[in-house]
Design a protein around this ligand. Structure first.
Ligand code: HEM
Length: 154
C-alpha cells in the first residue's frame, strides 16, 4: 500500500472543504459588509497549510514514482500520452500554480489596508486557486487512466 498516495487522496477533501469555507465566508462578508475577523485569517491559514502538505506529498509522489522517470526518458513521449501528460505535467504544474496563488493571496490580504479590500483579495486569489484545484483533481468521471477513486481503496 502506498501511504503517500493514500494521504494525498484523503487530504484533497481537507483542501477542498477549507478552500470552499474561505471563499464562501469572504463572499458573504462582502455582501453583509462585515469587519475582517481573526477567524477569517485563521481559516485562510489552515487552507494554506493544507495546500502546503498536499504539495509536499505530491512532490514525493512525483519524484519517487514513475512520473519523473517518464519525463527523464523523454518529454516528447510523455506529451503524446494523455494520462502521462496529465500526471507528469498538467496536474503537477497547475496545482503548483494554485499553491502559489494561495501564498501570494495570503500576503496580498495581509497588505490590504481596509477590510473590504481584504475580502475582495481573498475572493480573487483563493477563489481562483480553488477553481484550479477543482478542475485539476483526477475525479472518477475523468477519462480512463486519469480517473481516480473519491476515497482510497483498502
Ligand atoms: C491542492 C493540490 C493537490 C490536490 C488537491 C491533489 C489531488 C490529487 C488526487 C485526488 C490524486 C489521486 C490520488 C489517488 O490516486 O488515490 C492525485 C494524484 C497525484 N498527484 Fe496530486 N494533488 C495536488 C497537488 C499535487 C502536486 C503539487 C503534485 C506534484 C508536484 C501532485 C502529484 C500527484 C501525482 C504524481 C499523482 C499520481 C500518483 C499516482 O497515481 O502515481 N499533486 N492528486
Amino acid at each position: 500500500m502506498n501511504y503517500t498516495l493514500l494521504l494525498h487522496n484523503i487530504l484533497r477533501w481537507a483542501v477542498l472543504l477549507l478552500g470552499i469555507w474561505v471563499v464562501i465566508s469572504a463572499a458573504s462578508a462582502i455582501l453583509s459588509k462585515n469587519e475582517y475577523k481573526k477567524s477569517d485569517n485563521k481559516i485562510s491559514l489552515f487552507f494554506m497549510i493544507s495546500c502546503d502538505i498536499q504539495l509536499s506529498l505530491g512532490l514525493i509522489l512525483y519524484f519517487t514514482g514513475m512520473w519523473f522517470e517518464k519525463v527523464k526518458i523523454g518529454m516528447g513521449e510523455v506529451m503524446k500520452d494523455p494520462t502521462e501528460r496529465y500526471f507528469a505535467v498538467e496536474h503537477a504544474l497547475m496545482m503548483i500554480i494554485a499553491w502559489l496563488l494561495v501564498h501570494i493571496g495570503r500576503s496580498m490580504v495581509k497588505r490590504a489596508n481596509n477590510d473590504a479590500l481584504k475580502y475582495k483579495r481573498t475572493l480573487i486569489y483563493f477563489g481562483t486557486a480553488l477553481l484550479i484545484i477543482l478542475l485539476m483533481i483526477p475525479w472518477p468521471f475523468r477519462p480512463e487512466g486519469i480517473a481516480r477513486q473519491l476515497f482510497p481503496q483498502f
